[in-house]
Write a protein that binds this ligand. Structure first.
Ligand code: EPZ
Length: 419
């Protein structure tokens, strides 16, 4: 077991380079199963969800060569089984992308019920509806999902809710299907676009990703033989933007797509921070106490739920009363109880939390209840007076590469300690 020990307060200052996006990488890796060939993936974040994805691919028959810490070459010419290791697939959420990919590649797949952060109910009915509309049969039982299709045929699929996972999964299943698939009310997140860009670079014919109608013209084969660089992580960039504001710091955030961060920039400006946009980097600073703001999380281009806890730290320290309405996940306020242990005054009920801003937080032992909660607690610990211990690091390591090294490089006094 490990914990992070943080001594604050420290205004974070300096430069930080953003890694490739976790939520794109964990979809692109299964997408390589659709390729009857070899491809190289660059800018892959070195995080535990990526490692587990690679392990599953290898168990299915893929051959992976690590060129550098962030670059692999993957040979998916010989995929010889349709059974994934259930213990591994049930360890994280994105294992559900094995279903769309393997339906396309082999017409059959068995995976463990996806795990991941406990954010409330995480149904997959829209994924299943999409697979069935393409001609697959899907059964769920005993913690296992089994899907099979003799052939997949394109169809028009209307998504009842905007779902990142279902949009990507249906796109994966449709790439090698016969005819054209249309996904209506599709998710528009940058990682949806990145998966489509990856598949197109490998030979697919996907149009409209990034809008709410995606059209996939089925092709016979994906050849690979190409190198693809994963899009910079919108959420990691947003995490450091908000860390700059919460700690009254000054950061140059490099290797990001600033357009993806518009909703965060708007809120930072609203609370009194300054954001300078250089196209592929952002300069964010705030030398005073942030002011209050109200937030409602929404699918892209709205304010992302995956930055709600980090924004919560800013509002916990803001001058005045703020309200966050979480519209995606019903249990994403667990971190507020941890912040309250540090002196915050937050009342959370259902999907709404009221933040009575306090001037300072004080260090305390806290528990990372999920991935983004963990990032928020590191920010809070850096802003707080005294020593904060963050426990349950396995959540944080699933999604942030070298998090403590990165925080240390911009001034944080943070150490990982074995307990
Ligand atoms: C993705 O989860 C991300 N995970 C999440 O990031 C992120 O919070 C979420 O999208 C929303 O942006 C990955 O990409 C691996 P959804 P996903 O399907 O795809 C409901 C992080 O911290 N829904 O867009 O599972 C669902 O309950 C993680 O990096 C259905 O009702 O989310 C939710 O209310 C956590 N039926 C809403 O839709 C379905 O079939 C959006 O979920 C699917 C989803």
């Amino acid at each position: 077991m490990e914990k992070l020990v943080i001594k604050g307060p420290t205004p974070l200052k300096g430069e930080i380079k953003i890694n490739g996006a976790k939520n794109a990488a964990v979809a692109i890796l299964p997408a390589t199963l659709l390729i009857d060939g070899i491809c190289t993936l660059d800018n892959l974040p070195h995080i535990s969800d990526v490692m587990i994805s690679c392990e599953i691919l290898e168990k299915l028959g893929a051959k992976i060569t690590w060129n550098t810490k962030n670059c692999i070459t993957i040979d998916t010419r010989h995929i010889d089984t349709t059974q994934t290791p259930l213990d591994l697939t049930s360890k994280f959420r994105a294992s559900y992308y094995m279903i769309g990919s393997m339906l396309g590649r082999k017409g059959e797949i068995e995976v463990g019920m996806p795990g991941g952060c406990q954010l409330g109910a995480r149904p997959i009915d829209q994924h299943i509806k999409g697979f069935e509309m393409l001609g697959a049969t899907v059964s769920v039982g005993n913690g296992v999902i089994y899907a099979k299709a003799d052939s997949l045929v394109g169809n028009s699929i209307y998504m009842d809710i905007v779902s990142v996972g279902a949009t990507i999964n249906i796109m994966l299943a449709a790439v090698l299907a016969k005819g054209t698939t249309t996904i209506d009310n599709a998710a528009k997140e940058p990682h949806v676009v990145d998966v489509a860009n990856f598949l197109n670079a490998m030979g697919a014919d996907i149009r409209g990703a990034g809008t709410d109608i995606i059209k996939i013209n089925g092709v016979d084969r994906l050849n690979g033989n190409s190198t693809y660089s994963v899009v910079p992580d919108q959420i990691e960039a947003g995490t450091f933007m908000l860390a700059a504001v919460a700690t009254k710091g000054d950061l140059l955030i490099k290797n990001c797509i600033t357009k993806h961060l518009d909703s965060i920039t708007a809120k930072i400006v609203e609370v009194g921070g300054i954001v300078e946009d250089f196209g592929d980097s952002l300069h964010v600073y705030c030398n005073h106490r942030p002011s209050k703001a109200n937030i409602k999380t929404l699918p892209y281009p709205g304010f992302p739920t995956d930055l709600q806890p980090q924004m919560g730290v800013v509002l916990a320290l803001a001058d005045g009363t703020s309200i966050i309405n979480e519209s995606i996940w019903e249990s994403r306020f667990q971190y507020t109880q941890e912040l309250n242990k540090m002196g915050a005054q937050i009342t959370a009920q259902g999907k709404t939390a009221i933040f009575e801003g306090v001037e300072t937080l004080s260090g305390s032992p806290v528990c990372s209840t999920d991935l983004r909660a963990g990032a928020a607690l590191i920010i809070a610990g850096t802003a707080a007076n005294g020593v904060t211990e963050v426990h349950n690091l396995e959540h944080i390591d699933r999604g942030y590469e070298d998090i403590e090294e990165k925080f240390r490089s911009i001034g944080a006094q943070i150490n990982r300690i074995k307990t």
